[in-house]
Each structure stands twice: as C-alpha cells, then as structure tokens.
Design a protein around this ligand. Structure first.
Ligand code: FUB
Length: 357
C-alpha cells in the first residue's frame, strides 16, 4: 500500500513549464485510452471500483472476492487513512469468458463488532458446508487485524465473528487448503499494512522496514483450525531465498511488500506477491506450504496505477491470473478495477512473464 515514504524532489521551474506544455500537447494528440500508458483491455467489473481480487472455483462457478474502492474521487491517497473502504461485494461467473454477476454487499463495516475502518484485501474459503470470508481492518486501537465472517454459501452474505482472529495482525489474508485438507493462512503487508511493526509477534508502533542488505520482512503463515476460524499454530515468518541462498534483501526489487498468494502446481507450492514500490508481482517456489521458497522471477510487470494485487486460479484445467489496475478511473490509485488474463507455465515449471493489457 502506498504510504508517506516518498521524499520531495526539487524540480527547476523551467523544467516544470516545459514538461507542463509537453504533457498538454501530448494529451490533446493521444486518443483517450492512451492517456495513461498503452491502451488497456476492459475491466471485468465496471459498475463499482474494485481491487485485490481473490478468485476461486466453488461449486463449479468462479467467484471473485475483491475490495470495494470508494466511489468518491476525493479521498486522499498516500497516508495510512486512505483506501477507506466500508464494504465487500462478491462477484461470480459461470465460465471464464461469461458475464459477471454482482451479488451485492455481503459484509459491511457497520456490522463488524471489532472493526473501525479500512476493509482491505479479502479472501474466502469453503468447507464443512460453510464459506468463510477473511478480511483485514483496523481495530479500536487503530491496529490492523484479520477477521473472519461466516456464510452459508460462496455468495454470502457473511456474518462477522465478534473478535478478530486471535494472534492475527497486518493485512491481506490468503487461504490455501492443501490436498491433505490442512488449511493455511498467509498474510502481511509492510508500510500501511504495518507488518514491519510485528517482529517476534509483538507490536512496536515505531519499528521501521529494514534497509540495505538486511533480510527483508516476509509474509507470515499459520495453520487454520478445522472450523476455519482460528490459528492452531503461531504465525511464522516465511523464508524467501535468493540466488545467493540468503534471505531476500530489504533493498531489492524481490522483497515482499503485500498481497501473498499460494497455489500448487505439479506438487510444488508457488508463493506470489506484490513488490509494492517496485510495482511488480513476483513469485517463488517451494516444496512445502510453509516454505522456504526460492525466488524465481517476475510474474506481472507494472500496471496502470501504484498498486496491483493478484490471485491465481485453475478453471477447467487452465490457469488464470486475476489482478487490478487503475485504468477504469483514468489512473486514480485508490479507484481500481479487476482484470483477468491466462497464465502459462513453461515445461520447467517457471511461469511466463505477463505484460498487462
Ligand atoms: O486495497 C487496499 C490495499 O491495497 C490492499 O490490502 C493491498 O494489497 C493493496 O492493494
């Protein structure tokens, strides 16, 4: 999540005048679809602004669980109060190229007893004839925690538990159920998502992201209970290892920022995540759901807008990447839209790099 880390840069006045004229001339000459980079393919969801799509196949249908970005353009970006979302919608598709159905509001801030603001990136899982919506929000002390809400089916509605999941913190939960039935939650995000403030599971509000060659902060993983509502192991920091067999360094475009997602392909576990201010989705591969994971490379190159956030899902034998950009709002960072594109594996298990359309 974009935050207050950008340093002001002094630009000479003559350059400002020159570049303003250049931008005005260029934007008049370009067709409107090209004003924010190259032409962009239409979003899957157009009626409201959506982001952070977690896609799954439940009961033979594709379900998308996104964040719902604010409709008002005036919300500020660049600080911890931005991205002030207040509810979730669920969407479904009967086939990958079929129309998208909006199932409406399935959970709202006002109905979550412990949460005060910022309903950020959610995920969902179904088992035991119930479905579970996992979501981050700030609690009464203003600290991000992760909650769960229970519904009778994948389209909700969902009823929130009275407290956040004990032992949870930070943002961006993603749940993966392995073939043996064990469910895992991956979570975390630095800067606005506060993960660097949680060393050794304790909250230190003044802790900063490590720098230079220090190991970067990495996402957490915890096993979920059979009823899917609590952790049965303490959250553990995942090891992401680079080519030198060391943990990925803090000052590196490989470092974890937010939006972890795990899927399994050919008996290997793929951990993918956003690199935040490097604007790429990258991935790493491991032989266990809890890691370590070896860094492999870039999966998605930068999109229109500051953030992107993704999920990977298999639909009828083919693999797809769901992600977001800010093309629907013409580049406003906190008014994003969900997109989808096929994903291809090479014979060695590597994923072909995707350049977003
Ligand atoms: O949508 C709010 C936050 O922005 C998410 O939790 C992050 O992953 C980033 O996309």
């Amino acid at each position: 999540m974009q935050k207050d880390k950008k340093k002001p840069v002094a630009i000479p006045a003559h350059l400002i005048v020159f570049s303003t004229i250049a931008i005005l001339v260029t934007s008049c000459l370009l067709p409107s679809t090209m004003k924010y980079g190259k032409p962009s393919k239409p979003p899957l969801i157009k009626g409201i602004y959506t982001a952070d799509p977690s896609a799954h196949v439940f009961d033979g249908k594709i379900y998308i669980y996104p964040s719902h970005d604010p409709d008002a353009a005036g919300v500020s970006t660049g600080d911890a109060n931005s991205y002030n979302m207040v509810d979730y919608h669920v969407f479904s598709m009967k086939s990958i190229d079929g129309p998208v159905t909006d199932h409406g509001v399935v959970l709202q801030l006002a109905d979550i007893p412990w949460a005060t603001r910022q309903l950020w990136a959610p995920d969902a899982a179904c088992r035991n004839d119930k479905c579970y919506l996992y979501f981050p929000a700030r609690d009464q002390k203003g600290v991000f925690r992760i909650g769960v809400a229970v519904g009778d089916g994948p389209a909700g509605p969902f009823t929130a538990e009275s407290k956040p999941i004990e032992g949870s913190y930070s943002i961006d939960p993603a749940v993966f159920i392995d073939d043996d039935g064990q469910a895992y939650m991956y979570f975390g995000g630095i800067w606005g998502g506060e993960l660097e403030k949680w060393t050794d599971g304790k909250y230190n509000p003044s802790a900063l992201e490590p720098s230079g060659n220090s190991p970067s902060v990495a996402p957490r993983v915890a096993r979920l209970s059979d009823d899917m509502k609590s952790f049965v192991s303490l959250p553990r920091e995942i090891e992401i290892i680079d080519d030198t067999k060391q943990r990925v360094k803090a000052q590196s475009g490989q470092r974890f920022f937010e939006g972890a997602w795990v899927h399994k392909y050919n008996d290997l576990y793929y951990l993918s995540y956003s690199t935040g201010d490097y604007h790429q989705i990258v991935y790493a591969i491991g032989t266990s759901p809890t890691g370590p994971f070896r860094y492999m490379g870039v999966l998605l190159t930068p999109v229109i807008g500051w953030t992107t956030h993704h999920s990977i899902v298999k639909v009828e034998g083919k693999w797809f990447l769901f992600y977001h950009d800010a093309s629907l709002s013409g580049g406003i960072d906190h008014q994003r839209c969900v997109k989808m594109t096929p994903l291809t594996y090479r014979s060695d298990g590597a994923i072909e790099k995707i350049n977003p359309e």
